[in-house]
Ligand binder design. Structure first.
Ligand code: NAD
Length: 331
């Protein structure tokens, strides 16, 4: 029997990394997961899981040892509330993680390296209207990315391109557009809009108080992609010959208010939206999937309503536990 390909997933204790490890194990790969922490909500399926801080060079060397393919997902990361208020920390941490991981992979003789970039690399000047034109890969330049988070992603994209051109390391670059699903951060300040709305709606339902807070007027637009589609797309991109950055997301745009209504429908309740001050990011953002379809012959297919339902049910169970625990303590 052929030896299994040895894969490293960095950020394997996080949301996408954890799901990707399970998916790759299902396909028969040998997988090493690396992260600062183990997955919080389920056991990892990785063959080996190393707790390492990838800002440190020697840890990146250990992570890349005897590895053939790398999915580089580790990042200091969160929703708008987090990335709009931790610029220095994010730029320092993510730069050191990515500089060291890529160079260690090269020195270890890694054959393929997939870097997880973001729609945050797209220029803010193209995203000033809610009815935004969907973003094509070439729209990233001239550059004006969102926040330090987006600048770091753009620079590491360039680094991957230069490593391929100068050293022959086969790099792949994916630009995610709002990935969501169960087993992701849902409280604590780093959660993104779908998880935050699921939590707020679950609290509204379980406490019989229909009011939920939404940052801004809620008319800002985004597209959202369910996690199962995300990991399928990641693996397809790794196996493809496409070397330029590629969008990975849905191209169905909704407002945040509409997203909140969909979550409420999944919960089977009506909510009252209260709009409050809060970071909103760009006014509108959507993915142009023309190249994704052409390159992979595939695009995400799980309906937003279906993905939200699965995510909501997972978060509702956690909120129920949380509220039950608090009642037990106060009672
Ligand atoms: P996540 O925060 O759940 O996972 C990132 C993981 O990286 C975390 O488990 C964290 O502990 C780990 N990490 C952070 N610093 C580390 C360090 N110094 N050493 C080792 N591990 C470290 O985020 P996610 O949603 O799974 O995102 C995965 C990747 O995809 C990230 O690079 C992120 O920037 C990118 N991305 C995600 C989205 C999305 O919608 N979720 C959108 C755009 C880009």
């Amino acid at each position: 029997m052929a030896l299994k390909t040895r894969v490293l997933v960095t950020g394997a204790g996080g949301f996408i990394g954890h799901h990707l490890v399970s998916y790759l194990k299902g396909l028969g790969y040998w997988v090493r997961g690396v992260d600062l922490k183990r997955p919080e909500y389920a056991r990892t399926a990785a063959d080996e899981f190393l707790l390492l801080d990838l800002r440190r060079w020697e840890n990146c060397v250990a992570a890349a040892r005897q590895i053939e393919e790398v999915y580089a997902l580790a990042a200091d990361m969160g929703g708008m509330g987090f990335i709009s208020s931790h610029h220095a920390q994010i730029l320092y941490n993510n730069s050191t993680i990515n500089l060291h991981t890529l160079e260690a992979a090269r020195q270890a003789g890694v054959r393929r390296y997939l870097y997880s970039s973001s729609a945050c690399v797209y220029p803010e000047f193209r995203q000033t209207a809610a009815a935004v034109v969907p973003l094509k890969e070439e729209d990233a330049y001239p550059a004006q990315p969102q926040d330090a988070y987006g600048w770091e992603k753009l620079v590491t994209e360039r680094l991957c391109t230069h490593y391929r051109e100068d050293y022959g390391l086969e790099t792949r670059i994916v630009r995610f557009h709002n990935i969501f699903g169960p087993l992701g951060t849902w409280e604590g300040g780093r959660e993104k809009a779908p998880a935050a709305l699921c939590r707020k709606v679950a609290i509204a339902k379980l406490t019989d108080n229909p009011q939920i807070d939404i940052w801004g007027d809620g008319l800002q637009t985004r597209s959202f992609c369910y996690i199962d589609d995300c990991v399928t797309g990641l693996h397809k991109l790794m196996r493809s010959n496409h070397r330029e950055p590629l969008n990975l997301g849905q191209d169905r745009m909704v407002t945040i208010n509409e997203l909140a209504e969909m979550v409420a429908a999944a919960a089977g309740i009506r909510v009252v939206q209260r709009h409050i001050e809060g970071p909103q990011g760009v006014r509108g953002r959507n993915s142009d999937n023309t190249r994704l379809r052409a390159v992979l012959g595939w695009e995400p297919r799980i309906a937003l309503e279906e993905g939200l339902k699965r995510t909501y049910l997972w978060i509702e169970a956690l909120v129920r536990q949380d509220l039950g625990g608090r009642r037990a303590v106060s009672g």
